[in-house]
Design a binder for this molecule. Structure first.
Ligand code: BG6
Ligand code: MG
Length: 227
């Protein structure tokens, strides 16, 4: 087994840029309209999860049981997306989270392939706003993924496209669903966040500031030699 990774698959929202906060704000406002409180704890369960599934989790958190027809669910999800797309109009290269630019550049110099594995149908737009479209060898199109995170399909699909064995891939995620997806794909999982939410991560840092290529490579190599 190689002790050197061949590809790194980045999540977008909450890893490359702080759009996770915009998703939260948009869900919170929709929740208020529905009389359901979307707090940070509930939000942890929405991270990485598709738009419709997130809405279903919010509805399930209502104090009383609610059953909404599919058309109503779709209308509400579309409404949240209108708000979210307004919020991301202002995204610029200044919004790339600390440490990400350097990490991307260093991995490139190291000859490691790079992909984005996002659940968001707005991923291409956000990457354009960040002026990062050319930085990746592949961007998973969420519209072509049948099973969202925590299913491993997003990561498997990226690795297959890049023609890299799964155990030679590193996934970077800020969501519990995403870390589970990486692990189910048989890859090395770097988590950004708290131990409480990202228990399954192989290597955890509190924020992107702490992402450092040399350390990540060393942790990967250690994981690989233990496997
Ligand atoms: C993920 C976010 O990246 O994309 C989730 O973490 C979001 O919060 C999901 O629900 C889907 O995004 P979108 O932009 O298609 O609604
Ligand atoms: Mg995320």
């Amino acid at each position: 087994m190689s002790t050197f990774p061949k590809a790194v698959i980045f999540d977008l929202d909450g890893v490359i840029t702080d759009t996770a906060e915009f998703h939260f704000l948009a869900w919170k406002q929709l929740g208020e309209e529905l009389g359901i409180e979307v707090d940070r704890e509930l939000n942890e369960q929405l991270k990485g999860v598709s738009r419709l599934q997130s809405l279903e989790r919010i509805i399930a958190a209502a104090p009383e049981q609610r059953v909404l027809p599919t058309e109503e669910l779709q209308r509400l999800a579309a409404k949240k997306n209108v708000h979210y797309t307004q919020l991301i109009q202002s995204v610029s290269p200044d919004d790339i989270l600390p440490g990400i630019d350097t990490l991307i550049k260093e991995l490139r110099i190291g000859g490691i392939k790079l992909a984005v594995g996002s659940a968001s149908r707005n991923a291409q737009f956000v990457l354009e706003r960040l002026e990062l479209t050319g930085a990746f060898d592949y961007v998973v199109d969420a519209a072509n993924i049948k099973y969202g995170k925590p299913d491993p399909e997003t990561f498997i699909h990226a690795a297959d496209y890049l023609n890299v064995p799964y155990e030679a891939c590193i996934g970077i995620e800020d969501s519990a669903a995403g870390i589970e997806a990486i692990k189910r794909a048989g890859m090395f999982a770097v988590g950004i966040g708290s131990k409480e939410s990202l228990r399954q991560a192989d290597y955890l840092v509190p924020t992107t500031n702490y992402l450092d290529m040399i350390t990540i490579l060393a942790k990967f190599s250690q994981w690989n030699s233990e496997a």
